[in-house]
Structures are given as structure tokens and as C-alpha cells.
Design a protein around this ligand. Structure first.
Ligand code: ATP
Ligand code: MG
Length: 422
């Protein structure tokens, strides 16, 4: 006997029972994108490896440990996308979108791949909703991006969300801060983990989000970047906070919130949800004013966010938020013999064309077995077709719940069923 196969570790089958959550999230996010004037961009799932090495950054966990990289049959190195932004910027530059009216506002959604240690809410294939606005430095655009995230979670019915924001400065002011941070850490080498000892030289900003318990107290008392921002970054952050305050959007300034790479600038933010365990970040975003130039384009500011759809599903379930059901069959065609089945196949197609969800019984099963199936599936109406019905050109329509029946001429069936299920 052949062996049974298993899905790869860190991947997930989304069964029909869970699809209503996905559909609801997909419809809601598409609507939010439309409300804010973002246009859809569909991208390949794999790109040249070099794009991610540069666009995500050497020295990140993603590039160092987590990419699904392979040689294709032609010997080129390809990588399954571990995030969207690099691909969006590649497409923006390649398709001459820089000449469009700015900002260019784009959204995408689909699977991303990271070789991580799987846990609840953390997978190796997961799905992101990604939103980017390219070509504008105005803090009102940072606010718009954050508002879109807010709007999405609000429309989904999430409560108790925690918006964490910070500014990580720019190539003007960050080096001064990093000097302070490195000096601080060099004086505490014995108290920190091995990873952090290498981070001091390699990626010092990442020191601030080390998850190792021994490093926590060191992080607590580390210098804050907020005290080192240049005038432009300080103004930008103050203006953004002013917008957030005016709309009374609760948020926490978290001086430890970072993105570890030089081309991330100014605003960073995350949204945390309650009740879904340790992996509680449903959304991460920020500015990347240096990335477009780094990928060969002209200096261009940009800001965006990515939200994980699996964690949104977990949040909806944890908070017991009800979502619209996916339309299910309203009518079951019971066929009692072959003549009836021949009539049923054409009748049912007319009923479906009229917009009524309908299914039929297959094979030679008894009346009882077919009605039991309709009942088990919660289908409200059954059309019973046997040779008598075909001869008289009238069918019995049984209301499954009450048990009452109507005799309906076959020619009137589509209209009758539309009226009864509408
Ligand atoms: P985390 O700190 O949880 O690892 P991250 O900073 O790596 O998140 P981003 O790269 O900013 O996450 O991705 C944005 C969002 O994608 C996250 O907020 C989260 O909702 C989701 N996400 C990230 N990694 C995973 C994963 N392995 N499985 C499921 N969702 C994920
Ligand atoms: Mg991560």
C-alpha cells in the first residue's frame, strides 16, 4: 500500500469550515484598500535571490536563515518571496511607475515563505496583506497607512488593539544614536547573549528587540533613540503623533520598537492583538526612505505595512467574532430514477442560472438517503423528481424544516425557487 503523505512542517491546510474567515478578511481588506485609493498589484511568488539579499538586507534573520532559495533548471538562483516590499519596489522601478502621480499607492496579498520554527501563529508559509505608498515624505501619508491598518481591524470587529509606534531616525541622526548604543553595550558584554555580542557590530539597532531573557534588563536601560532624532525626524514624528492624537487613536510610543536596516527610516509601527498567544503582532510597518535608491532607483521616500492573515483569523476566532457565512446550497434535487435524473440535470442548470445555489443527488440512492443528505447539509428545500413528476410535469417541493410540500409546474420551478430562497 502506498504511504500517506503529510503537509510540510509549518504549512497549513485551510479546510472549508475555516474559509468564511478568509473570505471575510479578503473582502474587508480589498474594500479598505479601495476606500483609501490603493490599487492592486499582483506579483510573482518567486524573484531573483539577489533582490531579497539587497532589498530585505544581509544581516537580517530572513536573509541569513529563513529564505527558501533554489537553483532553477537554468542554474539561476531564485527565492520564494519572504515579504512583499522588495518585489513591489522592483515592479515599481521596472514598470516605470516612478513617472506616475505621487504617491503611488499599491496593495498586494498572497503567500510568503520563511524557514522559521513553527509555533501557534507562526508558519513557514503564511499570507500577507501588504500596502505601500511610494514617493512622498509627508507624515500625513504615514498617518494614512496607519489609518488603513486601523480601519481594517476596526471593520473586522477587533477590539483591544495595541498600536506601538516609534521613530528610528534617518542616516543623518541614527549614526550618533548607534554610537551611544554601542558604547552602552560594550560596557555590558558579560550580561548579554552571544547573538547580541555579534549584533553590536553587525546590526546594533536589532539589539533592542532581542527576545533573550538575559538581555531584557540591558534593553530596559539602553539609551532611547527619541533623544537623538535630528530636527527633521523629530518634526516628522511630532506631526504624525499630532494626527493620531486629533483622531484619538490610542497608541504607545515604544522606544525599543525597531527595524534593523539602514534604509528603514523614521516611523515604525506594529499592531498587537490580545488573546492569540505569544505571536501577537498582527501587523508591522514603517518608512523605508532609502530602499528605492538601494534597489537602483532615484532617491524616493516610501511607507507601508504588512499584516498577517493567519493571525487575523486566529484573532477573529479567539474573540469569537462572527463572520458572514459563505452561501451554501438552498435547494436539493432528489432524483428517484434515471428519467428523473435526465430532467434534473437540465432543471438544475436553469435554477443555478437564476442565481439559486442548488445541488443534486448522485447515484442510485433511495428517497430517504437523499433527503437525509439534504437535512444533514441544512439545505432548506428539496425538489423531488420521479417518473410521476416527469409525466405530470410537476414536482414536489418539500420544505425540510416544516415538512410541508408544494406542487410546482417544472416550467415555473426557477421562479418559484428564486422567490422562496431570495
Ligand atoms: P514577528 O515579530 O512575529 O516575527 P515580523 O516582524 O517578522 O513578525 P513582518 O515581517 O513585519 O513580521 O511581517 C508582518 C506581519 O506578518 C506580522 O505582523 C505577522 O502578522 C505576520 N507574520 C510574520 N511572520 C509570520 C509567520 N512566520 N507566520 C505567520 N504570520 C507571520
Ligand atoms: Mg519575524
Amino acid at each position: 500500500m502506498a504511504r500517506l503523505y503529510q503537509n510540510p512542517k509549518g504549512t497549513k491546510d485551510v479546510l472549508p469550515e475555516e474559509q468564511q474567515y478568509w473570505k471575510h478578511i479578503e473582502t474587508t481588506m480589498q474594500r479598505v484598500a479601495e476606500l483609501y485609493g490603493y490599487e492592486k498589484l499582483t506579483l510573482p511568488i518567486f524573484e531573483e535571490t539577489a533582490l531579497f539579499r539587497r532589498g530585505v538586507g544581509e544581516g537580517t534573520d530572513i536573509v541569513e536563515k529563513e529564505m527558501y532559495t533554489f537553483s532553477d533548471k537554468g542554474g539561476s538562483s531564485m527565492t520564494l518571496r519572504p515579504e512583499f516590499t522588495a518585489g513591489v519596489v522592483r515592479a515599481y522601478l521596472q514598470n516605470g511607475m516612478a513617472s506616475r502621480t505621487r504617491p503611488v499607492k499599491l496593495w498586494s496579498a498572497g503567500p510568503v515563505f520563511r524557514y522559521e520554527r513553527p509555533q501557534a501563529g507562526r508558519y513557514r508559509q503564511f499570507t500577507q496583506f501588504n500596502v505601500e505608498a511610494i514617493g512622498e515624505l509627508d507624515p500625513a501619508l504615514d498617518f494614512e497607512i496607519m489609518s488603513a491598518a486601523w480601519h481594517l481591524y476596526d471593520a473586522l470587529g477587533f477590539r483591544k488593539l495595541n498600536f506601538q509606534i516609534n521613530s528610528i531616525g534617518c542616516p543623518l541622526c541614527r549614526p550618533g544614536y548607534l554610537r551611544k548604543l554601542k558604547d552602552y553595550y560594550r560596557g555590558r558584554l558579560s550580561g548579554i547573549c552571544d547573538d547580541c555580542r555579534t549584533r553590536i557590530e553587525k546590526n546594533p539597532l536589532r539589539l533592542l528587540d532581542c527576545k533573550n531573557a538575559s538581555c531584557r534588563p540591558v534593553i530596559e536601560t539602553a539609551p532611547s533613540i527619541g533623544d537623538c532624532l535630528c530636527a527633521e525626524c523629530g518634526d516628522h514624528f511630532r506631526t504624525l503623533r499630532g494626527y493620531l492624537d486629533s483622531l484619538s487613536r490610542p497608541y504607545t510610543v515604544n522606544p525599543r520598537l525597531v527595524r534593523g536596516l539602514d534604509y528603514y527610516t523614521k516611523t515604525v509601527f506594529e499592531v498587537w492583538a490580545e488573546g492569540i498567544g505569544a505571536q501577537n503582532a498582527v501587523c508591522g510597518g514603517g518608512r523605508y526612505d532609502g530602499l528605492i535608491e538601494l534597489l537602483g532607483g532615484p532617491p524616493t521616500p516610501a511607507v507601508g505595512f504588512a499584516a498577517g492573515i493567519e493571525r487575523m483569523v486566529l484573532t477573529l476566532q479567539a474573540h469569537e467574532i462572527s463572520v458572514p457565512p459563505i452561501p451554501s446550497p438552498k435547494v436539493y434535487f432528489v432524483c428517484l430514477d434515471d428519467t428523473a435524473r435526465a430532467e434534473a440535470v437540465s432543471l438544475i442548470s436553469r435554477v443555478r442560472l437564476a442565481g439559486v445555489e442548488a445541488v443534486m443527488g448522485f447515484g442510485g440512492r433511495s428517497l430517504k438517503a437523499q433527503l437525509r443528505e439534504a437535512d444533514r447539509k441544512g439545505i432548506p428545500l428539496a425538489v423531488i423528481l420521479g417518473s410521476d413528476e416527469i409525466r405530470s410535469q410537476k414536482a414536489q417541493v418539500k420544505h425540510m424544516q416544516s415538512g410541508t410540500q408544494d406542487m410546482v409546474p417544472l416550467s415555473e420551478l426557477p421562479a418559484f425557487l428564486t422567490a422562496r430562497t431570495g
